[in-house]
Design a protein around this ligand. Structure first.
Ligand code: AMP
Length: 415
């Protein structure tokens, strides 16, 4: 089966086309055929597509909404110029897998989308007003463009965290707020963590129930997850992706009274405070320069910029604090696993996060760490290190495609 994986953001659409099926999954032989991203949907959009080992397309063109963007993707993947192997018409796309950010308490695994599921995703808009509306637009557009005969599946970022115990998912607020509104920690990056846990157990030769790691997904959005016995038992993002680590434009944990302070002193409305917390804080807010870690590292290296250094140091210190907290909460783990754009690519940041953790049995191998960039996976701790460190590039799209195949074929999901 060829599965189109769609990840619709508020002004972007990412896609991958993946050839997979139950027998290919069993042999780990499924493969990506093409991928791409459209940014700035709604204006002069930036289109960047590539076929694996083949044609590439980079253009700017007006694409007014998600439907136009998905139409552009579909037209390209079936076009003679793209030459995607085995794909020459829309009939060659047999299923769609959508990344949906919030599944609330209702969706704990991948589902084939019908009107009831769509209603359920709409119900969670209240919990993810920035994300779920774009996911719904993507689902409706793909259904219209591919027709009702092509099954569409939803894979939720929150699902992997459905195993959180009450002690981890409840906020210590009046309990009736949880009863009334399902106000609780949900956690995000779940598909990424599921992939990391799956791949770690493959590489380390373990059974799922023997996976005990602290995983750090460090990208523009960043979070930590305590994975015990193969299941998520705590995670740093909460009701929304605002809580926890320092991120590109979000500051993570803050004292909630800061909101009232900002309202009183700066005269900001709740909407403006929301923008400040989501879009103007984190690495960008502290450095005053950029939300991009690579640029900050360069600025620190080339110009010794004090606030660039401070932003990076705060990012690393917060991540280190969560590692310590989760190791205590889990009663120890076998490894710290890094993923996400920063976690996968920056030996410097990994080194700074893990600095000084020798006392808890983690010693980094500087040469291994330095060599582990650009898509490589493996261990970066020194031989004999009691607590190990690993890098595993995430692959959420692969799991979404596999989940979609299993959901469509009624096969149980395994990881
Ligand atoms: P993501 O959201 O997972 O795509 O990650 C984006 C973040 O990864 C940005 O802050 C990038 O600057 C950062 N990043 C990507 N490559 C590198 C690199 N080689 N060194 C440091 N940061 C990187």
């Amino acid at each position: 089966m060829n599965v189109l994986v769609l990840n619709c953001g508020s002004s972007s659409v990412k896609f991958q086309l993946i050839a997979t099926d139950l027998d290919l999954i069993a042999k780990n032989a499924d493969r990506r055929l093409a991928r791409g991203v459209i940014e700035r949907v709604g204006s002069e959009a930036l289109v960047s597509f590539a076929v694996e080992g083949g044609a590439k397309l980079r253009t700017a063109e007006p694409l007014r909404d998600h439907r136009a963007a998905i139409d552009r993707i579909l037209r390209w993947v079936v076009s003679p110029e793209a030459k995607v192997p085995g794909v020459s018409s829309l009939a060659d796309i047999q299923a769609v897998g959508h990344r949906v950010v919030h599944g609330g308490e209702k969706f704990t695994k991948c589902v084939v989308i019908d009107s009831e599921v769509l209603d359920g995703i709409e119900d969670t808009i209240e919990l993810a007003p920035l994300h779920n509306p774009a996911n719904i637009k993507g689902i409706l557009a793909a259904r219209e463009l591919l027709g009702p005969g092509v099954p569409q599946c939803a894979v939720f970022d929150t699902s992997f965290h459905s195993t959180l115990p009450e002690t981890a998912y409840l906020y210590a607020l009046p309990y009736q707020l949880y009863r009334r509104y399902k106000l609780r920690r949900y956690g995000f990056h779940g598909t990424s963590y599921r992939y990391v846990a799956y791949r770690y157990r493959q590489l380390a030769g373990l059974k799922p129930k023997d996976v005990n790691v602290v995983a750090l997904h460090l990208g523009n959005g960043a979070s930590a997850c305590a994975i015990k016995g193969g299941a998520s038992v705590d995670t740093s993002m909460g009701l929304t992706p605002l809580e926890g680590l320092v991120m590109g434009t979000r500051g993570g944990d803050i004292d909630p009274s800061i909101i009232e302070f900002l309202h009183d002193r700066e005269g900001l409305t709740l909407d403006q405070i929301d923008t400040l917390l989501n879009k103007q804080s984190g690495l960008l807010g502290v450095s005053g320069l950029t939300n991009d870690m690579r640029e900050l590292l360069e600025e620190e290296r080339e110009n010794g910029d004090r606030r660039a250094r401070l932003a990076i140091d705060m990012f690393c210190a917060r991540a280190r604090k969560y590692i310590g907290a989760y190791l205590a909460a889990m009663g120890g783990a076998d490894a710290v696993v890094f993923t996400g754009g920063i976690g996968e690519n920056s030996a410097e940041v990994r080194g700074r996060i893990l600095k000084g953790l020798e006392w808890m049995g983690l010693s980094l191998d500087a040469a291994r760490n330095k060599a582990m960039t650009a898509g490589k996976e493996g261990e970066v701790s020194a031989p004999g290190s009691r607590l190990k460190a690993w890098v595993i590039p995430t692959n959420e799209e692969l799991l979404i495609a596999r989940d979609a195949v299993r959901a469509v074929k009624g096969a149980p999901r395994r990881w």
